[in-house]
Design a protein around this ligand. Structure first.
Ligand code: HEC
Ligand code: HEC
Length: 394
């Protein structure tokens, strides 16, 4: 059989999804401290819509030549990231950036490394039209493609009461599936819920008012460093370690910003479109971070050790460096950074004159930080059959 697309013929039998008789419950209960806005109240048939989204997410027919699906670059076993620096799209061309991992998109307010999208519903089909990623000329062509696949009418009927695919329904189904990618079941999460069921309060732990008993001594030491001396929580704060879902920073990866790999992409009307400046990237969530290597927007660091090296002594002194990564205890400058306006101190010193912080972690501190980061892995999430590839032949 041949599936005729508008521009290209795909030969070979299309795969078929293998699904349970009834769609499973896609709601994942989370404790109030996690505050994940899944948007599931947005309409009826959530389970059927999310199940349709699961099929779309894993279907290679969503690319123009049938070569790649969303999960080609977002692997469940890697927390929905890809274990390579840049991903290869439908014609083996490389993406400009490292594939983001996906966990709790409902706990973030900006998507993509530069935050150029803020609406998950329309964001989900951007890869389909991206010529490197999935390569359709426009979304109408995708609708025509789906009309040719005999397993979709029943799935659309169950989700929307009508068998026809439309752009709106495709976006709704994919974004419903993504919003159901709730990851709050790591070892650390269990410990957090037990210790602080109502309010996220790492400072209570630091001050000894709250006992975080579910973590090992080393993990607890890492948690305390993360929220204390190592200052990670200045940016990766909150229960998703993503700056409460809306923070950007230039962390001084490159000495020469001219030569930097940051390519400011046209913000395209996005919410923040570049955050604090064109070299600032979104503060990513550190959930499942042990599985989502390589790291950073360009995947430059292969291991967490390399990331920790960077924060320990590798931060480059660039004018665009986030003020939170400057050393406010040196140079006779007192006071904290003002994140919006450059501060000018007496004598003409500006915050750019303050050197980058050198935390110089000890071997023990590195071990502790790594142990804490490792405790953020949610194994139930990466093995959850509701999110897995339904096209896998048994
Ligand atoms: C060829 C590889 C590739 C394919 C195919 C692909 N993506 Fe991505 N995805 C990426 C890359 C690379 C990024 C980061 C891009 C950037 O920030 O500029 C990304 C980012 C995202 C994000 C933003 C996450 C965040 O936290 O900011 C979402 C959501 C997403 N993709 C969903 C999808 C969906 C849904 C599909 C299928 C319709 C898909 N992707 C197909 C590579 C891919
Ligand atoms: C000034 C804000 C800031 C501080 C402080 C900070 N980070 Fe980050 N972190 C970021 C941003 C922004 C990125 C993405 C940077 C990029 O790709 O250009 C990032 C990326 C990461 C990544 C890679 C995640 C991924 O998915 O690729 C890890 C791991 C990480 N940080 C851990 C830490 C640790 C551990 C600390 C404390 C030692 C820390 N960060 C301190 C802002 C910060």
């Amino acid at each position: 059989m041949a599936v005729v697309s508008c521009t290209k013929v795909i030969t070979g039998e299309p795969q078929r999804p293998i699904l349970p008789q009834t769609a499973p419950d896609y709601r994942t209960e989370v404790a109030p401290i996690f505050d994940v806005q899944t948007g599931i109240e947005e309409g009826p048939n959530l389970n059927e819509r999310a199940q349709l989204g699961r099929v779309l997410f894993h279907d290679r027919m969503l690319s123009q030549n049938g070569a790649v699906s969303c999960n080609s670059c977002h692997h469940q076993s890697h927390g929905f990231a890809e274990p390579r620096s840049l991903s290869s799209g439908l014609r083996q061309e490389l993406t400009e950036r490292n594939a983001s991992h996906l966990a709790n998109p409902g706990a973030q307010f900006a998507y993509f490394w530069d935050g150029r999208a803020n609406d998950l519903r329309t964001q989900v089909t951007m890869p389909v039209e991206n010529h490197v990623e999935m390569g359709f000329r426009n979304l109408d062509d995708l609708v025509v493609r789906l009309e040719q696949l005999d397993y979709y009418p029943d799935l659309f009927e169950a989700a929307y009461g009508q068998p026809e695919p439309t752009i709106d329904r495709i976006q709704d189904a994919l974004s419903s599936f993504l919003r159901c990618l709730v990851s709050c079941r790591s070892k650390a999460d269990d410990a957090f819920v037990e210790a602080m069921p109502d309010v996220w309060n790492p400072w209570g732990v630091l001050q000894g008012d709250i006992a975080l008993t579910g973590l090992s001594d080393l993990e607890l030491e890492g948690f305390e460093l993360f929220h204390g001396k190592a200052q990670c929580a200045n940016c990766h704060g909150g229960p998703h370690f993503n700056g409460w879902g809306l923070d950007f920073a230039d962390i001084g990866l490159d000495a020469d910003t001219e030569a930097s790999t940051f390519t400011p992409i046209d913000a395209g009307g996005g919410f923040f479109g570049g955050g604090w400046g064109p070299t600032a990237m979104k503060v990513p969530s550190l959930r499942n971070v042990a599985l989502t290597a390589p790291y950073m927007h360009d995947g430059r660091f292969a291991t967490l050790d390399e990331v920790i090296d960077h924060y320990s002594h590798g931060i480059q002194d660039v004018p665009t460096l986030d003020p939170r990564l400057r050393d406010w205890n040196t140079g006779g400058v007192t006071g904290g950074p003002d994140l919006i306006d450059p501060i000018i101190f007496p004598g003409g010193t500006t915050f750019e004159d303050v050197p980058p912080v050198r935390l110089n972690f000890t071997a023990q501190e590195r071990l502790a930080l790594k142990a804490f980061l490792n405790s953020l892995t949610d194994y139930a999430f990466v093995e959850d059959p509701r999110f897995s590839n339904p096209f896998t032949t048994p």
